[in-house]
Each structure stands twice: as C-alpha cells, then as structure tokens.
Write a protein of this length. Structure first.
Length: 324
C-alpha cells in the first residue's frame, strides 16, 4: 500500500468543493526562495555600513583612551621630574619621549629591559625596541604591528602618536600661517620644558597628535607611490616606506609642513590626513585625534584652518584657541 501524506490524507476527507481550492505542497518554489534570498541580501547591505560605523566608533574611542593615558603619563612624569620628557635625548646616547614614558603606561618590565646606557638602536636594545606597546598604537590603523626595518638586523615597533616638533619656516614663508615668536612645539630635544613655560595655557597647547600607519606610506587613505620627493625639506620616501615611525626612534616627532591637495608636495594649506610621511595623519574618517597639555583629548576636523592648527602646536604666543 502506498504511503499517504497525513496532511493530504486529511484533505481527502473534505468535500470535493473544498479539495478543489486546496493544494498539497511539499516546500517553497524556486521563485519564493529567490525572493527570500534577495530580501536577506538587501538587509545585509543595509546593516553592513551600520556595523562598520559602530566598529570604527569603538576603535576611535579606544584611540582616544590611548591618548588620554599617554597624556596622564606625561603629567605623572612631570610631577616626578618637574619637567616634560624630551622628544629626543641629545647625542651620543639618543632616546625618545616614548621610552621615557614606559613606566607610566604600565610598561615597567619593558622599561627595565631597555638600556639607556647605549644608543636606542644598539644591539643591546634590539629585543626591547621590537616590542609593540599597545598604548602607542591606534586600533584603526591597518597592519599596526608591522615592524620598521632599520637594517643590520635591527627592527623597531612603531607608534601612531607623536609630538609636533615645530611649525616649519617653509609654511610660514609660503604664507599659510603667520610668523611666530617661537615656532617650536611643547616637546624639545635641546632644552627642558615645563608646564609653567606654556604661555598659551595648557588647554590651548597640543601634546601629541596622530601620525599613523608608518612604516607603510599612505597618501589620502591609500598606499602612496614607491618614491616621493615632496620639495619642502620633508623626509623623502623610498621603497614605499615612510621612515622614523618607531616608538624608540628619536626622529619620530613630526613638523608641520602643510601639503597640497594631492598629498604629494609641500608646503600647502592642508595640515591633516593628506600623508603620513612625517605629517599629521590618521585612519579616522574626517579628521584625527590630539591630546592637549591639560590632559584632554579632542577629535579635530581635517578641514581645520592651518593658522588655528599652528596655534595649537606652539605654546609661547599667548594664543587662545576657542574653536577647533
């Protein structure tokens, strides 16, 4: 005897007129399946941008927390030594601000391994300088655990946060910013600076800024050309590498040159997110993050006026920056 579908069997007991209107179905038709798949695809397409935006918001918050922690470390260093760390210690034993702050960003073990008695890139510091410090890295940066190859078997882990060395004479001479009494940033290498030296006020003076993605060379969100001679005295690019990005590298601080709209030549009116070759740069959409000497962190637009940005870098012009 042939097996009978229990549902269809129950239909068989109905009156013929009712049976005429009913159909026994074993599943979805191909058209219905295609419609369901199309709807799911549309929903995924609508949700993905929201998911990506939420992830970037979380990464940006983590980046802000990193900068806040480094700012607090600088304050603790200042409280202990009555001065700020130098952006780079004088020769012949050259070291950077990031090495000095290691104990204050919960890296005491790494600080103990780092030998200040020899130069930063001495073979005795080989293992220490190749160690990644998560507090010095922005989560939005792609491949942020790539090492900067220095040669002779010495590699260094990088940092995405650096001090501004100065507002360059090039951008002043080009007329994009006004001359200043002192064009230098708050971190010095030739002399000691203290918070009491900040005549602009701590809430008007930049401590650190993002210069993310080194040693890879980026221009406006994409990998840049293999070589670049930018024409304003900034560091040239060779082998698709933007140099000086190591946290232990005393040259990791950046000047303010200002770049043209294409991000390949300077000086120019654009001071943020054109290139990471020795210039302020991040992988956040629309701007980047800084921290100020008062310990606060801020997201600033990549459309910021060059004059306002220069006022944030310098600290002895009695400049009050109310909107940035």
């Amino acid at each position: 005897m042939r097996a009978t579908d229990p549902v269809c069997g129950s239909f068989a007991r109905l009156r013929p007129r009712v049976l005429h209107r009913l159909r026994c179905r074993s599943g979805f038709t191909l058209v219905e399946l295609l419609v369901v798949i199309a709807i799911i695809g549309v929903l995924i397409g609508l949700l993905m941008p929201a998911v990506q935006a939420a992830r970037e918001a979380a990464r940006r918050m983590s980046c802000s927390n990193n900068l806040r922690q480094i700012g607090l470390a600088a304050h603790n260093y200042h409280s202990l030594y009555q001065q700020l760390p130098r952006k780079s210690q004088p020769s012949p034993r050259s070291h950077t601000w990031a090495a000095s702050l290691l104990p204050f960003v919960e890296q005491s073990a790494l600080f103990e391994r780092y030998d200040f008695g020899v130069n930063w890139n001495d073979v005795r510091n080989k293992d220490a300088i190749a160690t990644h410090v998560e507090t010095y890295l922005c989560p939005s940066t792609p491949d942020n655990h790539e090492l900067d190859r220095l040669g002779s078997g010495i590699d260094t882990a990088t940092t995405d946060y650096v001090p501004h060395g100065e507002v360059t004479k090039n951008i002043v001479d080009a007329g994009y910013v006004k001359p200043r009494v002192n064009r230098r940033g708050l971190f010095h290498s030739s002399r000691v600076t203290r918070f009491r030296d900040v005549l602009d006020g701590l809430s008007n003076t930049m401590l650190l800024v993002e210069c993310a993605g080194r040693p890879q060379y980026f221009v406006m969100g994409r990998l840049g050309p293999s070589t670049n001679n930018n024409g304003c005295g900034n560091v040239n690019v060779t082998n698709s590498r933007a140099s000086l990005g190591g946290w232990a590298n005393p040259g990791n601080y950046i000047p303010m040159h200002g770049f043209a709209a294409d991000g390949l030549s300077c000086s120019g009116p654009y001071v943020i997110n054109k290139t990471n070759n020795n210039e302020a740069y991040s992988f956040h959409v629309g701007g980047l993050q800084i921290n100020l000497a008062d310990g606060s962190t801020h997201f600033i637009s990549e459309q910021i006026d060059a004059e306002i940005y220069a006022s944030l870098i310098t600290y002895q012009g009695h400049e009050v920056v109310s909107d940035f």
